[in-house]
Design a protein around this ligand. Structure first.
Ligand code: 3PG
Length: 209
């Protein structure tokens, strides 16, 4: 179950969520789900990220929770060990990809060049994160890749906002976008779960043409 095509169809936006205090994990996940966003990419960027991931996996069953910022095989193992239902990496190396493909969860590897897209296609992967989407070329770049390689579906992430998302979502090779704008740090730390639900509702309402 390596390919993450199904993961790309859960929501028009995959929230990229960084949580410092595990006590915030479940309320953030519930707030997103209440707004209609039933997926989270929880980044492994804080010391307690695995604990937050575990709590969401155990306590919020109506949300699909994956681990982001996977840089090493050990991180992939640890994330799956606490309940990650998919894995996202910002880029790939052969060693990391080989290892992730041995695990029983969908894998969404990051790419930023045509050669990287082709290398993943050789491995049978057709769902990829395009990162960092804005600096790497934005919607024009993805549209250009779609001409020779229409069979790959992307989740562009990096520098995307509610305002810039539609330009990506209208592309035939974009199934969803990723972004951290649904869970701003200050909003999480002030426990403003209603605001997260509002941001999620706006994101869930984006159309995928
Ligand atoms: C990621 O890990 O995908 C990015 O850090 C998210 O980028 P953003 O903060 O620009 O949305």
């Amino acid at each position: 179950m390596a390919d993450a095509t199904s993961v790309l169809h859960v929501s028009p936006v995959i929230p990229v969520v960084t949580i410092a205090d595990p006590q915030h994990a479940v309320p953030v996940a519930r707030a997103l789900a209440d707004g209609g966003v039933r997926i989270i990419e929880l980044t492994l960027r804080t010391d307690s990220a695995l604990e937050s991931l575990k709590r969401i996996a155990n306590e919020v069953p109506d949300i699909l929770v994956g681990a982001g910022t996977i840089l090493t095989p050990a991180q992939a193992d640890a994330a799956v060990g606490v309940g990650a239902q998919f894995l996202v990496s910002p880029g790939v190396t052969p060693a990391l990809l080989d290892h992730m493909l041995t695990l029983d969860v969908p894998v969404l590897p990051g790419v930023a060049t045509v050669g990287e897209v082709m290398a993943l296609l050789e491995r049978g992967i057709t769902a990829m994160k395009f990162f960092p989407a804005g600096p790497a070329g934005g919607p024009d770049y993805l549209a250009a890749i779609g001409a020779p390689i229409p069979q790959v579906q992307f989740c562009p992430t990096g520098g995307i906002s509610l305002d810039s998302a539609p330009a990506y979502l209208k592309l035939p090779n974009v199934s969803c976008v990723g972004g951290s704008w649904l869970t701003p740090r200050a909003v999480v730390e002030s426990n403003d779960w209603d605001q997260i639900t509002r941001l999620a509702r706006e994101a869930a309402g984006l159309s995928r043409d």
